[in-house]
Design a protein around this ligand. Structure first.
Ligand SMILES: Nc1ncnc2c1ncn2[C@@H]1O[C@H](COP(=O)(O)OP(=O)(O)OP(=O)(O)O)[C@@H](O)[C@H]1O
Length: 549
């Protein structure tokens, strides 16, 4: 095996990777567990059956005669009971590894109901390694074959929205942070070099899959460092295998309360993760990564530039949990390229139908009738405020970029009343991810239209509605507020220097001030002096409220 800085000429890896089909979004495949239950009566129960269609997808069917239930769900593919792990590995995982060797990110999510075979499939055991260990073995072999490189691993566990290091356990949680380049950094997560298969087995099987009793999401990140000889560039690719905790319908839990709340939290986190899959496959502009630490952690592995596989493990006999899991998986995958904005579409028919979490969580692509109504109310109040603006502000309406130098040129022009026109067809989040809405400016002050936000949590929703109630505050209150208390009530945010008001784009979204624009809708007016006085306090308040809550 070569040294860490050794090179990969890439020939054979490159050739192999070029034969791979182009993938978009998250590929959603099923795997039916073999029948292993000792109770033979289960054999009389309805079996899960699969039909492979010509178009390269699979249809999973259940027929439950006792409940007159007959359902079919489409997935990208489904592996049947007799198909072995090495077959799944060749078809689903190997293609990802070639990308990882060239510096891409990828992930494989083992999703399913309890006892559906997730751990067996993803982690396996020393005797029967699962897909994650098989990937390490393959990467070690590929690196050796192509001239060199290095492999290292991290193992983590996500328990009730807390992330812990598994290879070097510590009391403190692993922190999910975003760096200046918007890459996710996992602070406090150890990384251990792996030089051989036995090195890996020692580290992984002794620690990572030792506690089968603990219900948590368990992940293995494999980092691969290589150098491309021809271009002399370093690559660092990584692939994340996650064995998700099993879904279980909380209504049917008869165990004591702690187990119930644990299951509810697990279900919620699975739901949040599936929302990310849905958003990616629907090609939505807003992907709800901020819903939980797990989704934040997965951000670099599940994005438009990475490759991901959602492996949905299924029990062979029909049960309610299997039905739920496959329906969620199917809804996440069927939307690829079919999603359209449709104003007549109600949440009833969306992914969130009948599910315990808020339908608005992470939902931006379609605006249902009630959202539209709220929007009109908010836009209406915004227009009213614009028309009531002080003469000085009115004069400045229709921002002149030249007045503030080149950085201000990025700011879009808005005329009074144009906000509705400009935004009504836009996913709500895009208002803030795409651009700021400068409605007016003068040499001394700026006016920013910061509009409706979809709320990713109850806390944010309450916070926003509280502010909306005060949105008719008069100009005097707006300009005289200079304490955090006032700030929270009258929806004033300090702006930075005009030259600092740049387009609110994706790269700026980690800025607390940008978060503020997103979470406190209304007209944001600030003098430059305000900016200086309040900027620091405001950021402190926002950080306390949202970033480090
Ligand atoms: N393909 C398979 N071949 C043979 N046995 C299997 C297979 N898949 C799963 N099993 C067995 O089924 C049982 C449940 O599997 P496993 O522990 O992987 O399920 P799980 O979905 O991870 O469960 P949980 O959600 O409770 O963690 C285990 O005894 C496992 O050995």
């Amino acid at each position: 095996m070569g040294s860490p800085s050794a090179t990969i000429t890439g020939d054979s890896v490159e050739q192999r990777s070029q034969r791979l089909p182009h993938r978009r979004g998250v590929r959603v495949v099923g795997k039916i567990r073999p029948f292993i239950d000792k109770d033979p009566s289960l054999l009389n129960r309805s079996q899960v059956s699969v039909v492979k269609a010509d178009g390269g997808h699979a249809v999973i069917s259940f027929t439950d005669h006792s409940a007159s239930r007959n359902e079919s769900y489409k997935l990208d593919w489904c592996y049947e009971q007799d198909e072995r792990l090495d077959q799944i590995f060749s078809k689903e995982i190997k293609p990802l590894l070639y990308g990882v060797l060239r510096g891409s990110n990828a992930c494989v999510l083992g999703y399913g109901a309890r006892r559906s075979g997730k751990t067996h499939t993803i982690q396996g055991s020393e005797e029967n390694p699962g897909l994650a260990p098989m990937a390490v073995f393959e990467l070690l072999a590929l690196i050796e074959e192509s001239g060199g490189g290095s492999v290292s691993i991290s193992c983590y566990e996500v328990n009730q929205d807390h992330i812990y290091d598994v290879l070097e356990p510590k009391e403190q949680e692993v922190l999910v942070l975003e760096d200046a380049g918007r890459r996710i950094q996992l602070k406090g997560l150890s990384r251990v070099p792996v030089k051989s298969v036995s090195d890996f087995k020692r580290a992984y099987f002794n620690r990572c899959n030792s506690d089968a009793q603990l219900r948590s999401h368990k992940g293995l990140i494999i980092y691969v460092a290589t150098v491309d000889k021809e271009t002399n560039t370093n690559h660092l690719g990584k692939i994340n295998f996650i064995d998700l905790a099993g879904y279980e319908d909380v209504k049917r839990i008869i165990d004591p309360k702690p187990h119930l709340s644990e299951s509810a939290k697990i279900n919620k986190s699975l739901f949040q993760l599936l929302n990310v899959v849905y958003a990616l496959n629907a090609n939505e502009t807003y992907v709800p990564y901020r819903e939980s630490k797990l989704t934040r952690l997965m951000q670099d592995f599940m994005c438009k530039s990475s490759s991901a596989v959602l492996l949905t493990c299924l029990n062979p006999v029909l049960c309610q949990d299997t039905g739920h899991v496959v329906s969620m998986a199917s809804r996440s995958c069927q939307v690829v390229n079919q999603y359209r904005y449709d104003s007549s579409r109600k949440h009833k028919s969306s992914l969130w139908q009948g599910l315990p979490c808020s339908p608005s969580a992470g939902r931006t692509g379609s605006i249902n009738s009630s959202t539209k109504k709220n929007e009109n109310i908010r836009f209406g109040s915004m227009e009213k405020k614009l028309n009531n603006a002080t003469p000085m502000t009115k004069k400045g309406i229709g921002f002149t970029p030249a007045a503030y130098g080149s950085s201000a040129r990025k700011v879009r022009q808005f005329q009074p009343g144009s906000v509705e026109k400009d935004t009504k067809d836009m996913p709500l989040r895009k208002l803030f991810d795409g651009s700021s809405h400068i409605t007016g400016s003068t040499q001394d002050e700026v006016l920013i239209a910061s509009e409706a936000v979809e709320h990713s949590s109850q806390e944010e929703a309450e916070c926003t509605s509280q502010v909306l109630e005060h949105s008719s505050s008069d100009e005097a209150a707006l300009t005289s507020s200079n304490t955090i208390k006032d700030l929270e009530i009258v929806d004033v945010v300090p702006a930075t220097e005009p030259s600092g008001i740049q387009t609110i784009n994706e790269t700026a979204i980690s800025d607390p001030l940008v978060l503020a624009y997103r979470y406190w809708p209304g007209i944001w007016r600030a003098t430059k002096q305000h900016a200086v006085d309040l900027h620091k306090n405001f950021i402190d308040a926002i950080e306390k409220k949202f970033l480090f809550a």
